[in-house]
Design a protein around this ligand. Structure first.
Ligand code: UD1
Ligand code: CA
Length: 457
């Protein structure tokens, strides 16, 4: 007998997913930031499956790239779920093997563990994970005998009117004794409405050979929902999202409007973080205590410190240190490292820049490829002119300098410590420490001009 930590798993992920009407293979569609097939792999791994074999086919290269480090077999033509399992046959060992579908992204490891215990306790040769659905349309129906053993699974399109009424469905998740699975795979045929090899047919074969096939019926039917189209994708996403939000709230995160808060699996939030309505927080993002995010903020793969406030802004692949305020309406593109107690105000765009502690860019500024020191004040309408049409160059603003409004900083250029740049200046050469740079046309007032032109109101 296999121990729970020494199981094999075969995941079927070769199908095109016609009903998705998508360029992307079905199993690569995402639920809360993780592809469906990765969800299934994670559940299998957490349940103790130590060797995973993935059957790929349609969009195989993409699927393999996403699931690095696993064993793969190729199903050249998608001739059905039974045919897919046949491709993995040579790798299936004699012990117990999980057979899983790449399109059941809500599956939980705990369920697989319990199913395995049931399989062993009942001394089954095969176990099918089943659930009762109020609307079982589209799923294979479970046929049991009077002892409760499963004797057949009938696909929707092959059901008669009595079978259509059966609410117990096949989740597409099975445990088999590998040696028997391999032996009887050969007996599958494609004599059905779709002309495909159905893995479900093997249940009838097992039953006819007097092998014991049990059904492990779970209460939480949603967990085994298959995702075949975009409607089901959105339902699976909504369910997962709710669970993620609930888990954060129960661990001390305030989420003011969970229905309108979208947090990926991969996000880490400390307690006493507050998320206001309309936020999307995705990728490998972490947010430390007492930070307030939102409303209407999108953060992707960023590290946010303590007591940071981000309002109505976009933050992509950036680091923001403690006590800093961002927005409203700031756009932080990838590659920024922003210090403590900084202010990045409205309509400031920043990319690939370092921005030191206590510095400020309060409004309407573009900071591209900048190295900004500490206590720097950047006035309204400053532009880091980082691109000469061919290459990008950096602008260095050293500690304590002051950049007046409407300044163009033509990179590469350095503004030294404690220096000032007068409003309206175009800085084309370095400014030494403690100097004032002024570069603008001198103003002239033309006396009496309005009257002379007859423009006086
Ligand atoms: C399948 C089951 C059905 C069950 C349902 C649960 C069969 C015949 N039917 O139907 O009883 O209720 O799942 O969700 O098994 N795949 C391949 N190669 C193929 C065909 C499919 O790898 O040639 C993969 C798909 O990528 C998918 C999985 O197998 O991950 C299931 O295939 P799908 O076409 O979605 O089967 P269903 O019609 O949902
Ligand atoms: Ca399916």
């Amino acid at each position: 007998m296999n121990s729970i930590s020494n199981l094999q798993g075969v995941i079927l992920a070769a199908g095109e997913g016609k009903r998705m009407y998508s360029k992307k293979p079905k199993v690569l569609h995402e639920i809360c930031g993780i592809t469906m097939v990765e969800h299934v792999c994670n559940a299998a791994r957490l349940a103790g499956v130590s060797e995973i074999i993935v059957v790929t086919g349609h969009g195989g290269d993409e699927v393999r790239k996403k699931l690095q480090g696993l064993k793969f077999v190729n199903q050249e033509k998608q001739l059905g779920t039974g045919h897919a399992v046949m491709q993995a046959e040579e790798f299936i060992k004699d012990g117990t093997v999980f057979l899983l579908c790449g399109d059941t992204p809500l599956l939980q490891a705990e369920t697989l563990k319990n199913m395995y215990k049931f399989h062993i306790a009942e001394r089954n040769q095969a176990t099918v994970l089943t659930a009762k659905f109020e609307n079982p349309y589209g799923y294979g129906r479970i046929i049991r005998d009077s002892d409760g053993n499963i004797i057949n699974i009938v696909e929707e399109r092959d059901t008669n009117s009595n079978q259509k009424e059966i609410s117990e469905i096949n989740s597409g998740i099975y445990l088999f004794e590998g040696v028997l699975l391999k032996k009887f795979l050969k007996l599958l045929n494609n004599d059905n409405d779709q002309g495909e090899y159905y893995i479900t047919e093997i249940i009838k074969i097992f039953s006819n050979k007097d092998l014991k096939v049990g059904g492990f019926l779970i209460d939480n039917s949603r967990e085994v929902m298959g995702v075949n189209n975009r409607l089901q994708l959105s339902q699976a996403e909504a369910f997962t999202r709710q669970k993620i939000n609930e888990s954060h709230m129960l661990k001390g995160v305030t989420i003011v409007d969970p229905i309108n808060t979208y947090i990926d699996h991969t996000v880490q939030l400390e307690n006493d973080v507050t998320i206001l309505p309309g936020c999307i927080i995705s990728g490998h993002t972490s947010i430390k205590e007492d930070s307030v995010i939102g409303p209407n903020t999108h953060i992707i793969s960023s590290q946010i410190g303590k007591n940071v406030k981000i309002k109505n802004s976009v933050v992509v692949e950036s680091k923001i240190d403690d006590g800093t305020c961002i927005g409203p309406y700031a756009n932080l593109r990838p590659g920024n490292v922003i210090g403590k107690n900084v202010k990045i105000g409205d309509f400031v765009e920043m990319k690939n820049s370092i921005f030191g502690d206590n510095s400020k860019a309060s409004h309407l500024t573009y900071i591209g490829d900048g190295d900004v020191g500490e206590n720097v004040n950047i006035g309204c309408g400053v532009v880091f002119v980082n691109y000469d049409g061919k290459e990008k160059h950096r602008t260095v603003l050293e500690d304590n300098c002051f950049i007046g409004c409407n300044t163009n900083l033509i990179a590469p250029v350095t503004v030294g410590k404690n220096s000032y740049v007068a409003a309206g200046t175009t800085v084309t050469k370095d400014v030494p420490d403690t100097d004032l740079a002024v570069g603008r046309a001198k103003q002239e007032n033309i006396a009496g001009w309005v009257k002379r032109k007859g423009l006086l109101k």
